[in-house]
Ligand binder design. Sequence first.
Ligand SMILES: [Zn+2]
Length: 455
Amino acid sequence: MTLRLIEGGRAAADAPGLLIHGASQIATLAGGIRRGTAQGDLALLEAAEMGGPGASSAPVVACWEGRIVGVGPRDLVEPGLEAGGLPLARFARLDADGGVVTPGLVDPHTHLLFAGSRENELVLRQQGAGYLEILAAGGGILSTVAATRAAGHEELAAHGRRWLEEMLRHGVTTVEAKSGYGLDLQTELRLLEVAHELGREGPVDVVPTYLGAHAVPAEFRARPDGAEAYVRHVIDEQLPGVAAQGRARSCDVFCEQGVFTADQSRRILEAAAGYGLAPRLHADELAPSGGAELAAELGALSADHLHVPSDAGVAALADAAAGEHPTVATLLPATTWFLMEERAAPARRFIEAGVPVALGTDFNPGTSPTASLPLVMTVACLEMRLTPAEALAAVTVNAAHAVGVGDEVGSIEPGKAADLVIWRVSSVDQLPYWVGADLVDTVVKRGRVVFRDAL
Ligand SMILES: [Zn+2]
């Protein structure tokens, strides 16, 4: 961490306060979940409209002991801090140097922990192989399951650390991490434990999700009633163990034609809810499978993928979106792009229907080997016609709600965690525009600088 001095000469690391100034824009995302025409409302503070970045009325963000305590014009925020008993002399100063400040990004859909890689499948798919052919050739998800079952705790933790660091370098401060490459109780518990430990280690927060129903494992596939037998195993054997361990916050199911039916998904998610695990769903990725409808019916935190939802599914999510706790449509455009699909999920339809849209990487070794949410924003703008502002709301406030942490992170508002990114661009619209560039200057987690670009 670069040493920065506060007034009076003490090191920034010792200061309980942090004051970020000199930003060209601060995208606060204040005001709650975004839907419909508000999807692209960033609640933006612009220095150019407030006298310029150096003016006394320029926008600043103030943090104290890990929380945001003020955001707005400096000549209003600073006196407010003093009046509130937070002496300005105890704030380290951080100059955004004309950059943009946003909330720390939230990746609401990752398969963070696995062993091995599957780059060979890219070439197979280029040659025209489909999902089932790759599976028959010993590839696909089951090859990752075999590698993951063989991997120990430390190997998985080292892998997780490596990729969390990559995410942090792309501005991510909170990550949802699914299990689901174990498909047996012992390995599922190991994945959830490692995810929990990595979150405690920091600096990136990790929110573990149990995804035992990710696929039917090989040992059940040989049986004629394999999927149904595995569903019973998940409900009767795995869920009680996962609940007793207490690491998972939510439960996810791959509801898809040929994987788990809507009825099987409902039974798993209702059983999980009985243990206090919030429902979420992989829904309608390959074919309309009733996933969107089920997510709305269960009041799921999010319905994910939604590549090919039915009309009834979109309508059900729209109905749910009118309520206080909408189900977020978490779209994963890097996956469809990497799979060379002809078309992307109907993001504009969701926005027009008033359904809040989030974006995730879907980081996984088979269909989306990227840890970069800024790249996902670019793909969302190009393939799904999201505006840059809509994409930014989708990886901050809406993503936080999709993970169930919308009261804690995802926007720059007093009381929330001081998770912030300073970007080396002068306008938020440039975030998806400089395709694939490293734009992160500084990442602040809980009020402390945890990453600074070496440049
Ligand atoms: Zn997924």
